[in-house]
Design a protein around this ligand. Structure first.
Ligand code: PAF
Length: 280
């Protein structure tokens, strides 16, 4: 497995691979890899000839009071995991390499990025679309794999790819959960044992909403009220949003069409911000 740090080396490697007709699969990550990321790498391996995993904690997608400085970083461990999982290349540039002094160009999606996380993190998706567009230009992938856990991110990126006519197939991989239901996230590392215990209510609330829909409930207010009530039973949990939205547009819906809507939740567990979602 090759580890590349420079944009120039990554671009020339990509040009060379493409000239040989190799299909390139990209798995963009911010490192602190867990089983969820590894499942993305495995899926990319099934669909592409060469799998590139990018590891870059992107400052542009963190707000000023967010956890950029303390975001977990362990490049040697991440590289070893990528190699073990069968990645071909790790692209791990520095911040100066991607955002040199005087950097001033950003990509913004202005519709799907507005609701849900866009309300409480107004510059987050601008950072995501910017870095993902840059990675697409550097790695030149045929496919790129993202996790359904970040449902709004996937929807925003699909919209960007469509709007900017990028010839890249966006593949969405199923959410990976711990055996007790907690969705896998690099930020789970921040949780103490008791916070983790309380965080479980998020996936339980989603599961309850799904059960209600399976039982015939279609009214979104009832689903949201039940999920919010459940999360309210945990002292450390503060709901940022619990919404039922169209799975592609992220627009709020009033009635659930099974298979077309997701319930998306963001919540603080003390100072740790977690997100999760479920197809209803
Ligand atoms: O999902 C993430 O880890 C990040 O938002 C991404 C897509 C790697 C962009 O920095």
């Amino acid at each position: 497995m090759q580890v590349i740090a420079s944009v120039f080396d990554m671009q020339s490697t990509a040009v060379n691979l493409r000239s040989k007709g190799r299909l390139i699969g990209l798995v963009p990550t911010m490192g602190a890899l867990h089983e969820g990321h590894l499942s993305l790498i495995r899926l990319a391996k099934e669909r592409a000839d060469t799998v590139v995993v990018s590891i870059f904690v992107n400052p542009a997608q963190f707000g000023p009071s967010e956890d950029y400085a303390k975001y977990p970083r362990d490049l040697p461990r991440d590289i070893a995991l990528c190699e073990k999982t069968g990645a071909d290349i790790v692209f791990a540039p520095t911040v100066d390499e991607l955002y040199p002094r005087g950097y001033s160009t950003y990509v913004t999606e202005e519709l799907i990025s507005k609701p849900l996380c866009g309300v409480s993190r107004p510059t987050h998706f601008r950072g995501v679309t910017t870095i993902v567009a840059k990675l697409f230009n550097i790695v030149r992938p045929d496919i790129a794999v993202f996790g359904q856990k970040d449902a709004q991110q996937v929807a925003v990126i699909k919209k960007m790819v469509n709007d900017l006519h990028c010839c890249i197939d966006i593949v969405t991989a199923p959410t990976v959960r711990e055996p007790d239901g907690l969705v896998m996230s690099s930020r789970n590392r921040y949780l103490t044992a008791s916070q983790r215990e309380e965080a479980l209510i998020i996936s339980q609330a989603l599961k309850r909403a799904k059960e209600m829909v399976d039982g015939g409930v279609r009214n979104v207010d009832r689903l949201v009220a039940e999920a919010t009530h459940l999360m309210g039973t945990r002292r450390r949990v503060r709901v940022i949003y619990a919404s039922v939205v169209d799975r592609c547009t992220m627009e709020a819906v009033r009635e659930v069409l099974p298979g077309k809507a997701i319930m998306a939740i963001a919540a603080w567990v003390d100072e740790v911000r977690l997100i999760d979602n479920m197809l209803l």
